[in-house]
Design a protein around this ligand. Sequence first.
Ligand code: ATP
Length: 206
Amino acid sequence: MIGIYGGTFDPVHYGHLRTALEVKEKFLLDEVRLIPCAQPAHKALPLTLPEMRLAMLELAVKNQPGLVIDRRELVRDGYSYMIDTLKSLRSETPRQSLLLFIGTDAFKGLADWYQWQQLFDYAHIVVITRPGYQLKQIPDFLSSKLTEDREKLIRDRLGYLFFQSVTQLDISATAIRATIEAGLNPGFLLPDNVINYIKNNKLYLT
Ligand code: ATP
């Protein structure tokens, strides 16, 4: 089973890294692919050059077996649609379960994603929640995909919606950028080697 964790990673932080590690262990995944996007469809273009966001990810997962950086969105032109990413991953891994992990914030906007219903034709979607998260009403289409049976995610390669709670770290890249811009220390929110990279390259100062 392969996990897929997309984002802008501007910069990558412990909220991303802890989540990736926990889901890798909880679902016994062979690997979690961290996929930095080039051009998000629903967010402003990241402030930081793709090669710099990539360099920070590389520093962050250097000694973490099973957390793998996947560059496919960076080498593709146009918007980084997740459906295209899943199609290309699926063509490389026809027999394995693919688990697409998204945060609850991203899940709330899922119906705005390009060809969002077809995502289930290529992967399962696992929503990362807080412990004790109460599911509010979700559209019928998503209800029809919902399962609480983890085994189904292994047995079938795609098509289910699953909610998984992980340790909550109230960290966001937005808050880290604001901290640095304010001249404050972002220590303990992201790895030290990433902080050093940010300092050396004078990122997020304005
Ligand atoms: P920004 O603040 O710039 O919007 P972000 O910190 O939300 O960035 P992204 O790279 O946009 O990070 O997020 C990628 C994925 O990681 C999304 O699915 C998002 O829900 C999830 N994510 C972000 N922060 C956390 C966190 N603290 N804990 C768990 N998941 C997170």
